[in-house]
Write a protein that binds this ligand. Structure first.
Ligand SMILES: Cc1ncc(COP(=O)(O)O)c(C=O)c1O
Length: 384
């Protein structure tokens, strides 16, 4: 039996949880923003407890051991040889997306980003601000993949950057080596930089699937890529504040980091502690978590599959189901589910208003009640 009890109820009230506070005092199950209701691995909790008890929380340098852990993790999981100096710490992946779009392109240079996608990816180009094109992510043989013909026809002489989200949020695609090799060849052909948000890289739900960092494919693509990763989705530590970019090319790294301090704060000392403990001792916990999430995913997919008017492609990764509600014929699916006691993420936030995103990173009993509400909400439409 697993020593980790993901069924144990956790009361998050009073902790300023963004997810739970949004609907506090209402009978709404909040399954929106991407954190989970699972306590972090015991090793992480213990490391943070020890650090808190020290009682001094001054300016803190990144621990050299963390850099080594990241380097050995990339080698062990992906056969990717990363040099320690390629790692640039950030308080969060989102800061890295905005830094990359604004610092690594010049005004007038064009950015290609997928759509739908996690909203900070497409906002990064808009706020830089740079001209951009949203390239459709389309359903092909049950997987959300790049529309490669649309990608080819969207590129311009002034295109400079391709944004990638792997695994994809929303939609959960774990891009294959071949798919990534085609994107890498495209980037080389058009001399594009690649910004690859790989924050969900550990949350692979299908056994036999492997995450491939695009930069690990070959030196040619590594030299033009900024890879963004963090322990925060994997170990449920989004509030502690640490992420990192991996950038091989020294000039690119210099441009990315040049005035980083002017724009964002250092990563948090608690982030460093949590990352060290998670990467060193969190493996068994992660294995158990993936088993639990897999069963949650199966529950969501089975419910959606037997209901009329809704559909979801099989989710390969993440704990975020991407549900097509267009068959319900509703002007605002998110509002409809909210009226039935479910707080989901509106698909409109990702560029697809007829979808909702459901975060199933919660206790099975909570999810089971959520799926009963989901079913009632869907059937209420059909009866209307
Ligand atoms: C694809 C993706 N990137 C980045 C983030 C957030 O990153 P951070 O909290 O490190 O800024 C999320 C959170 O949901 C995400 O899904």
């Amino acid at each position: 039996m697993s020593p980790f009890d993901f069924d144990a109820p956790v009361d998050r009230s009073g902790t300023h949880s963004m997810r739970w506070e949004k609907y506090a005092g209402r009978d709404v199950i909040p399954l929106w923003v991407a954190d989970t209701d699972f306590r972090a691995p015991p090793a992480v909790i213990e490391a943070l407890r020890r650090r808190v008890e020290h009682g001094i929380f001054g300016y803190t340098s990144p621990p050299p051991e963390l850099r080594e852990l990241i380097v050995s993790r990339m080698a062990r999981l992906y056969g990717w040889k990363v040099a320690p100096e390629w790692v640039v710490y950030l308080p969060g992946v989102v800061s890295g997306l905005y830094m990359a779009a604004s610092r690594l392109t010049r005004p007038g240079e064009h950015i290609l980003s997928p759509a739908p996608v996690y909203y900070h990816l497409f906002r990064a180009a808009r706020y830089a601000p740079r001209p951009w094109t949203d390239v459709p992510i389309v359903l092909d043989a049950g997987r959300w993949v790049w529309d490669e013909a649309a990608l080819a026809s969207s590129v311009r002489a002034e295109s400079r950057m391709l944004m990638l989200c792997n695994p994809h949020n929303p939609g959960g695609t774990v891009f294959t080596r071949d798919e990534l090799a085609r994107l890498a060849a495209f980037a080389a052909k058009h001399d594009l930089l690649v910004v690859s948000d790989e924050i969900h890289c550990d949350l692979l739900l299908d056994e036999g699937k492997a995450h491939v960092p695009i930069a690990s494919l070959a030196p040619e693509i590594s030299r033009r890529t900024v890879t963004l990763m963090a322990p925060s989705k994997t170990f449920n530590t989004a509030g502690v504040g640490v992420a990192y970019a991996i950038i091989e090319d020294p000039a690119l790294r210099e441009a990315f980091s040049f005035d980083l301090k002017k724009s964002v704060h250092d990563a948090s000392l608690f982030g460093y502690e949590a990352a060290l403990a998670a990467y060193r001792d969190g493996g068994a916990w992660l294995g158990a978590l993936l088993g639990y999430l897999r069963a949650n995913r199966d529950l969501v997919e089975a419910t959606v599959a037997r209901l009329p008017g809704v559909a979801a492609a099989h989710l390969e990764a993440t704990y975020l189901s991407w549900i097509d509600c267009s068959g319900l014929g509703l002007p605002d699916p998110h509002a409809h589910f909210l009226a039935h006691g479910l707080g989901l993420s509106p698909g409109a936030d990702f560029g697809a208003p007829q979808f909702v995103r459901l975060n199933f990173g919660t206790q099975r009993a909570v999810l089971a009640e959520a799926m009963r509400r989901f079913e009632r909400a869907v059937l209420a439409v059909k009866q209307a």
